[in-house]
Design a protein around this ligand. Structure first.
Ligand SMILES: NC(=O)c1ccc[n+]([C@@H]2O[C@H](COP(=O)([O-])OP(=O)(O)OC[C@H]3O[C@@H](n4cnc5c(N)ncnc54)[C@H](OP(=O)(O)O)[C@@H]3O)[C@@H](O)[C@H]2O)c1
Length: 325
């Protein structure tokens, strides 16, 4: 039997490239993006804001599933470049969703914790009322609303604090800053769940295993993140400790940073609905972070003694934890 076809949008981005790698084992995957930065072999150049380009890709490939990870993800820039943010995050999603709906494809949309205002004291449920604080969150919520109203085979995945290869992320920033500074100040009043894009891509694969057979039955919103939670400050301390970076860290409040976009103080999402569906919980954020750091050191340190020492250190602390049970 021939494999089902999946289009992954944003295939050069952090999550998109992980999705292409993971899903390519079981599906025939086509990646689309503005440029092929990941070198994925089945790449089609396509700007999702251009309806005719989207139509061409769909007519050529007739996807069974679309996993839509492309977005304008610079949250601060979305405040000053509102037209662009809305064109890509809302307009681009609507272009894809309309064609997917017409062709009967399952539509999987990547959304965000930033649809919430962060005032809730406990982890957010899928059914909680969204109230975005920033423009990026508004553009993603408008896209969610269009999908919910117009499609009957859809999955909206809300996730948080992604990191992985091929994108700007917090881990790379901490490592970079620790090279130039003796002390780094990090926000301690925003709480979330750092999520490894490889774990998220594998979870989306598990969701598809269920969804492809009965999309109408399982459709809806799902929170998917690594388990547990922390502040950016605690995450930075964990990176510094695990990588032996030797830099001091100091906690600060969000308002001291004066960033253009407001962020929710509580970004933690409750993953129970997803756990019930796939019967496999996501691992804890600290274990997922260790796995990523080991990969990062291995990739950077083929000839470097420093990275080799970091890998040994990471392996030692990861093993010690496992031995402790
Ligand atoms: N990163 C996070 O912490 C986070 C948290 C929650 C949810 N999400 C959501 O998860 C998804 C993946 O995030 P990510 O961090 O992997 O994003 P990313 O690394 O920024 O990747 C997004 C990709 O989409 C591409 N793109 C932008 N405009 C496009 C257009 N008009 N047509 C085609 N492709 C376009 C980007 O290209 P350029 O780079 O050239 O613009 C980039 O390659 C996004 O939908 C995001 O909203 C992310």
């Amino acid at each position: 039997m021939s494999k089902q076809k999946v289009i992954v949008t944003g295939s050069s981005g952090m999550l998109g490239r992980a999705l292409c790698g993971v899903l390519d084992k079981d599906y025939q995957v086509f990646g689309i993006d503005l440029e092929n930065r990941s070198g994925f072999k089945k790449f089609v150049k396509c700007d999702i804001t251009k309806r005719n380009e989207v139509r061409k890709v769909f007519s050529a490939h007739h996807p069974d599933v679309v996993v839509h990870a492309a977005a304008f993800t610079d949250v601060d820039a979305c405040e000053s470049r509102r037209k662009k943010a809305k064109l890509i995050n809302t307009g681009g999603t609507i272009n894809l969703a309309r064609i997917a709906g017409k062709m009967g494809s399952i539509f999987v949309f990547l959304s965000t914790d930033y649809v919430f205002d962060g005032r809730k004291k406990r982890p957010y449920l899928e059914s909680d009322k969204p109230r975005p604080l920033n423009f990026y969150g508004r553009t993603k919520l408008l896209a969610e609303n269009f999908i919910r109203r117009n499609l009957d085979k859809y999955f909206i995945i809300r996730t948080t604090w992604l990191y992985g290869k091929g994108g700007k992320n917090f881990i790379n920033t901490v490592i970079k800053l620790s090279r130039d500074r003796r002390m780094i100040k990090i926000v301690d009043d925003q709480k979330g769940a750092p999520t490894n894009v490889m774990d998220l891509a594998e979870s989306i694969g598990r969701l598809l295993e269920k969804a492809v057979a009965r999309p109408q039955q399982y459709k809806g919103i799902y929170n998917i993140t690594n388990s547990g939670s922390c502040s950016w400050y605690s995450m930075a301390k964990e990176i510094v400790k695990k990588m032996n970076l030797g830099v001091k860290t100091e906690p600060i409040k969000s308002k001291e940073l004066k960033r253009p976009a407001k962020r929710p103080l509580n970004s933690v999402l409750n993953n129970n609905k997803f756990k019930r569906l796939v019967k496999k919980p996501m691992r804890n954020w600290k274990d997922a972070l260790s796995a990523y750091l080991i990969e990062l050191c291995a990739a950077n340190g083929k000839n470097s003694g420093k990275h080799k020492r970091n890998i040994d250190h990471l392996n030692a602390i990861t093993k010690a934890k496992v031995n402790k049970g």
